[in-house]
Design a protein around this ligand. Sequence first.
Ligand SMILES: NC(=O)c1ccc[n+]([C@@H]2O[C@H](COP(=O)([O-])OP(=O)(O)OC[C@H]3O[C@@H](n4cnc5c(N)ncnc54)[C@H](O)[C@@H]3O)[C@@H](O)[C@H]2O)c1
Length: 265
Amino acid sequence: MIATGKMQGKVALVTGGGGAIGGASARLLANEGAKLLVADERPETAKSVAQEIIDAGGDAEHIAIDVADPVQGKAAVAAAVSAFGELHVLVNVAAAVTPDAPVDELSLEEWNRAFAVNLTGPFLMSKFAVPEIRKAGGGAIVNMASQLGTIGVPNRSAYCTTKAALIHLTTILAAEVADDNIRVNSVSPGVIETPRTRRRFDTAEEFHASRGKLHMLGRVGQPEEIANAVLFLASKESSFVTATNLLVDGGYIYLKRQPGENGNT
Ligand SMILES: NC(=O)c1ccc[n+]([C@@H]2O[C@H](COP(=O)([O-])OP(=O)(O)OC[C@H]3O[C@@H](n4cnc5c(N)ncnc54)[C@H](O)[C@@H]3O)[C@@H](O)[C@H]2O)c1
């Protein structure tokens, strides 16, 4: 493990840390010296990411939480502080999988769940983490938004709306905590190759053919390319960056589309 990494001496909590982008982010932060609490509603995946970090010589714990539950969110922040003494970085990655459906067919339950996990989750985690990060002398919060928080696509109303609101929440929180030496930013990935995006396709070839062309760069992204952005925003390399939404989308949102041609993830 690197003794002089960009995150040396820092403690980070990553929600959705058992998933593709959250896991890649947790591993990279740890590889740069951070101590990690990997939080996910799927304890087995959180545990395996934490174990990979430990096997690589790092420091990590895991916890099972539903970020939509204030009791569990508070417990996760307390667990990070209890395990590692303080908290400097919160990365909000957890998001619900919401079915594709037009507004008139999307159930209220699915709509509410998307908001509870994708928006209320980061609100709650930030609410509990800010006092600890403040106590530690400052740090960073990184919210995983989406390119679809900037441009909406049909049949994804709940997802797109929660991500747009998360980008907005990011700027407001950034203003509230700037004096505490806490920077708050969001990352907006394009289509990243993860089980979440692959699930719509039978084969890898179909996935790449359909989704790659939605980007100027002509391909989908990889979780590690998003982790690099998380590391940048979590570390002092971005010391003059706050309240921003960093698009890591291969040019997705500015690609000229034909009339009627929709993007998606
Ligand atoms: N994959 C993409 O193309 C893409 C594009 C734009 C944005 N994003 C965003 O990136 C993030 C990660 O996406 P991914 O593709 O790695 O997905 P993923 O499904 O691999 O990871 C999400 C993780 O969040 C966890 N989770 C879900 N609900 C939770 C809850 N209530 N409490 C705690 N954990 C919970 C899941 O168990 C999973 O491990 C999401 O916020 C997603 O919206 C992904």
